[in-house]
Design a protein around this ligand. Sequence first.
Ligand code: HEC
Length: 129
Amino acid sequence: MQKNKRTAFAVRSLFPILLLTLAFAGVQSFAQQPQPQFVPQAEDPDSYPDAPGRDDAFYACAGCHAFRLVANQGLTRERWDETINLMSERHGMPKLEGKDRELILNYLAKTYPPKAEQNRGFQNPFLKQ
Ligand code: HEC
C-alpha cells in the first residue's frame, strides 16, 4: 500500500516534467527545420524600367555597386549630373562624357526623378490643390 502510494506520487510529479521535455524536444526539432535559403539574385538591366539609355546606365553604374543603389535615389537632373561627377572624382569611375553621358543622364533624370514628385505622401483632403 505504502509502496503504491509512493509510485503514484512519483508518476504524478514526473508527468509534468515528461510533458515539458517532450514539448521542448518538439520546439527543438521545429527550430532545426531547414530555414529558407537566401538566394542572391544576379541583377540585370531588365529589372529596371525600360527607356533609352537603360542598358548604358546599368553597365556604367553596376560595376562597383548594385544598380539598386542608384535606382533607390530620386534626384533632379542637376543632382544626377553631380552624382556622375562625384563617382568619377571620388570613386574613380571612368569619366562619362559626350553622347554617353547625355544618354545616361537622360535615363537617370527621367526614370528616377525626386521622390516627392512620384509619391507625395499624405495629402490633406481639406486643402484644395
Ligand atoms: C568606380 C566605381 C563606381 C562606379 C562605376 C559608380 N559608382 Fe556610385 N558609388 C561608388 C562608391 C565606392 C560608392 C560609395 C559606397 C557605397 O555607398 O556603396 C558609391 C555610391 C553611390 C551612390 C550613393 C551615394 C549616397 O549618398 O548614398 C549613388 C547614388 C551612386 N553611387 C550613383 C552612381 C551612378 C549613377 C553611377 C553610374 C553613372 C555610379 N554610381 C557608378 C563607386 C562607383
